[in-house]
Design a protein around this ligand. Structure first.
Ligand SMILES: C[S@@+](CC[C@H](N)C(=O)[O-])C[C@H]1O[C@@H](n2cnc3c(N)ncnc32)[C@H](O)[C@@H]1O
Length: 205
């Protein structure tokens, strides 16, 4: 585990309220709509990497999805997320880990990542992530990835990010994934600023 990175994120989640961070969404509509549009079974294995305090799983549990895995580097984020979900948290497998040290013991039907992959700026780490998803998404499974677009911020929470165009994200995952759709969407932060995201949906081939 990269301790500097872990401390960075733990400090944020320890010291800030849920809606004191730019990435907060009351309802993660884009992600929910994408998952529902894929039309997978309610029993499909879904992982949200770098889930933080996202409310995605709350919505998915309410819709009947019941095979959910949470992963985040921050213990504090996981604890606060568990408290927020209460009884519903028992329906989730909880993993506190650096994504680059994750060794899954199962393959996932849907791998969801909103604003996590884009923190990887080093080519060898990007390759490590691409290899990880390629190995651990089931055949015909989906990768849903939301990154900052070229019009988005160059930093988030003080850390540099890689920004993507449709072409760049497609090229990044092309070896094992077919791009189904990719679109831009503005996220309005709790501070009323705008961040332009690129959401991409890939199918494993
Ligand atoms: C910008 S936040 C997005 C949180 C969440 N996906 C959302 O949409 O609300 C980035 C999240 O990724 C987590 N994170 C950053 N680097 C990570 C890593 N290497 N491994 C696992 N989680 C990481 C952080 O703790 C944080 O919760």
């Amino acid at each position: 585990m990269n301790n500097n990175l872990k401390n960075h994120w733990d400090n944020i989640y320890h010291s800030k309220n849920e809606d004191d961070v730019s990435w907060f969404q009351k309802i993660p509509e884009t992600s929910i709509d994408i998952i529902n549009s894929i039309n997978v079974k309610k029993q499909s294995k879904i992982i949200d990497v770098g889930s933080g305090r996202s409310r995605l799983f709350k919505s998915l549990i309410e819709q009947g999805y019941d095979n959910l895995t949470y992963l985040d580097i921050s213990k504090s984020a996981a604890k606060k997320s568990r408290n927020f979900l209460g009884e519903q948290s028992k329906k989730i497998e909880w993993i506190v880990k650096d994504i680059l040290n994750f060794e899954p013991i199962q393959k996932y039907d849907i791998w969801h990542d909103r604003a996590v992959f884009h923190f990887l700026t080093d080519q060898s780490q990007i390759k490590q992530y691409v290899d990880l998803v390629s190995r651990n998404i089931s055949n015909d499974g989906y990768l849903i990835i939301g990154t900052f677009s070229k019009n988005g911020p160059s930093k988030c929470s003080g850390l540099s990010v890689s920004r993507y165009t449709k072409q760049l994200i497609q090229e990044t995952f092309i070896k094992n994934f077919e791009l189904i759709d990719s679109f831009h969407i503005d996220h309005i932060t709790p501070f009323n600023t705008t961040q332009n995201f690129l959401f991409s949906i890939f199918k494993k081939h």
